[in-house]
Design a protein around this ligand. Structure first.
Ligand SMILES: O=C(O)CCC(=O)C(=O)O
Ligand SMILES: [Fe+2]
Length: 470
């Protein structure tokens, strides 16, 4: 019997690394002409401040006056607007109360955001920025960690412009999945006068503003959404963007095609899974009788989710968007949203399996471990119908969920949690476009139970057979 060689796993790792690289944000500094710093504010007695002058003079008077004119910021909690200064201590002004001289459309910044945040080859729409509000942070002001509320289905993120008014502290910290970055605009802008700093991020990125130590931090925020289909136009010559791998069509294509071209990766074919990286404004509570939101989700996929979906298509393997149950012993996959409310449910898994098209999964997570690259992540449950190898698990954001009345000695409200996933059935090596078999013993998979029986998984044995080499 030939020696077992398993070479594909570094390629799985590569695809994973590409898809999960860096939190999805972009930032930088932009030099702009003096008129961009002009700001008129107030509805009855309009006032004026030149933020460039305020940045260069040592007189904080104009900024203090601006700060005084702001409302104390209200914070949204559920359906309520609350003034909670333990959560957010900052002045704000809605877009109806000020006019900025910042001519965003002519700065080229939206092109930079599009090129750095959205997948280059697949995103054909322009980026639209809608002025949202002005924030003024004086000494001791802060804004604790939050996500911005999506205001429409086409809104995908936020853009924050930070003016060079002298201040210390007030860094913006972004968190996504298990990654964190700190953007210290004050440090970036120190010593520059005619520049603004910018940072744009997806709506599911948590962010916070750390307390201001001294000075005034003045920012303008915009809601970012998809615009119209753009005419093919070359990017401006003076614009250089550093594209993170997860937004680069080439990087994702290279990583996925290398994996599919590897003879030792699922030689008999199988099913790949990838949890979506972003969250989408799917209804929190799923109701029957509406169009299924999964049907239109394809058009709204963001960032690396969109790129992976289209790259699968381009490489001849068919991607499907599916829901997978969370927090249940075995995982049940569905092709549409379900509604549980109104039912008495004693066991969500049993209930889910009664839905048409429900499939019970045998899930394997990628460990990256040389000896045991895949490990079973679901307990043995109901009769399993499909083995899924998860390249990325996803579920970082909250998926859609459905409330139900649960059985018990006391009535209680249960929640069914689902996550949205991309599922790809791949054919055997050399014929990847054919849809692979559903179950079967895949190479490189170490099943927990098998481990227990013989004390080592397939990956641990140098003599384990490889179909690829038979
Ligand atoms: O001022 C900033 O840097 C961020 C403001 C913000 O997060 C918001 O207005 O939601
Ligand atoms: Fe925010």
């Amino acid at each position: 019997m030939p020696k077992y060689k398993y070479t594909a796993f570094p390629l799985v790792k590569r695809l994973r690394t590409v898809l999960l690289s860096d939190p999805p944000y972009c930032s930088g500094v932009l030099e702009v002409s003096p008129s961009n710093f002009e700001l008129y504010y107030g509805r009855k007695d309009a006032r004026f401040v030149d933020l460039l002058e305020a940045s260069t003079s040592n007189d904080p008077h104009a900024l203090e006056e601006l700060a005084q004119s702001c409302e104390r910021a209200i914070f949204g909690r559920g359906d309520e607007a609350v003034l909670d200064q333990t959560y957010r201590k900052a002045g704000k002004m809605d877009s109806s109360h000020f006019k900025t001289g910042l001519d965003l459309a002519n700065t080229g910044l939206l092109d930079a955001v599009r090129l750095s945040l959205l997948p280059d080859a697949v995103e054909t729409r322009t980026v639209r920025a809608e002025l949202y509000r002005l924030n003024v942070y004086g000494e001791g002001a802060f804004f604790k960690s939050h996500k911005d509320t999506p205001r429409s289905q086409s809104m995908f993120g936020s853009l924050v412009i930070i003016f060079p008014t002298p201040h210390e502290g007030g860094a913006l910290i972004l968190r996504h999945e298990d990654k964190e970055v700190t953007f210290d605009a004050a440090a970036l802008l120190a010593g520059r006068t005619s520049s603004i700093a910018y940072i744009a991020f997806f709506g599911d990125v948590e962010h916070e503003v750390t307390p201001i130590v001294s000075g005034h931090r003045v920012t303008i925020t915009y809601n970012l959404s998809y615009g119209s289909v753009r005419k093919p136009a070359p990017p401006p010559l003076n614009l250089e963007t550093l594209q993170p791998p997860h937004a680069s069509a080439l990087a994702v294509r290279d990583a996925l095609s290398s994996l599919l071209d590897d003879a030792t990766f699922l030689p008999q074919g199988g099913t790949l899974g990838s949890g979506l990286r972003h969250t989408y404004p799917l209804p929190y509570v799923c109701t029957r009788g509406r169009d299924d939101p999964l049907d239109s989700l394809e058009g709204w996929l963001k960032g690396s989710d969109a790129l992976l979906f289209r790259t699968c298509g381009a490489l001849g393997v068919r991607p499907l968007l599916r829901l997978v149950s969370e927090r249940t012993d075995s995982e049940v996959m569905l092709d549409r949203m379900v509604e549980f409310s109104g039912f008495d449910i004693s066991d969500t898994e049993t209930e889910l399996r009664t839905y048409e098209g429900a499939v019970v999964l045998r899930s394997f997570g990628f460990t990256g471990n040389r000896r045991k690259p895949w490990a079973r992540t679901t307990a043995r449950g109901y009769e399993e119908e499909l083995s899924v190898h998860w390249v990325t698990r996803g579920g970082f954001g909250e998926g859609p969920c459905s409330p139900y009345a649960a059985y018990g000695n006391e009535p209680w409200l249960g929640w069914l949690y689902m996550r949205v996933c991309l599922i790809v059935k791949i054919g055997p090596y050399g014929r990847r476009s054919e849809e692979g078999e559903d179950m079967g013993d895949e190479e490189g998979v170490a099943d927990e139970d098998e481990d227990e029986e013989d004390g080592k998984g397939e990956g641990e044995s140098d003599d384990a057979p490889s179909d690829a080499e038979n």
